[in-house]
Design a protein around this ligand. Sequence first.
Ligand code: CUA
Length: 216
Amino acid sequence: MAVSNTAELFFSLFNIFTILAVLVGTFVLGLMGYLVLRFRERALSPEPEDAPKLGQLPAPRGKLRTLVISVTLSAIILGVLVVGTFSAIDKINAPPQICAQTPSPCLTLQIEAGRFFWNVTYPGGQEDTNLLVVQKGITVILKVTSLDVFHSFGIEDFRIKTDAIPGRINTIWFVTNESGDYVMRCFELCGTGHAAMKGTLRVVEPGSFQSCGTGC
Ligand code: CUA
């Protein structure tokens, strides 16, 4: 199981792309290899009927049936990829409906980017810098903004990222599947400390979260 629902979603999309690419690649290269061998020039090969002749316009080539089949197949493959990609984007963009209930079963946190740190504000108003502690399995919604310049907040292991822009709040969300420490880092060049602009997202088991909370 992937470390978060977003990583799961990304990997399943990646698998669809990979499977289709391998199938198409195998078919095209296989067909090419077969045709190269089948129609290779032999000592007594006759001149092909449609070989170009000097001073003569070449006759039209190709069959309508081949064209229809190849366009239809390409449209089906592209359709699968487009629908898969857009439905994944939809899922990643909008937090699940249950989070709109009151009281919400989801945890909403504010993330403020600054040169060169991440400020985290919990629902109770408690703040921390470069450390975000959440309980495993809970739906976490992050409201991301910036205090100064453009940054980009991302957690690579979760395959999520959103811009941190002053005066604007961008939302991302995830559900964690495994406890552990993950790196949350800046993905937009924002100054001399950009490379070091990192924090830790700590996912803890529900039991230990009850005892040490955000101080885990
Ligand atoms: Cu903040 Cu790069």
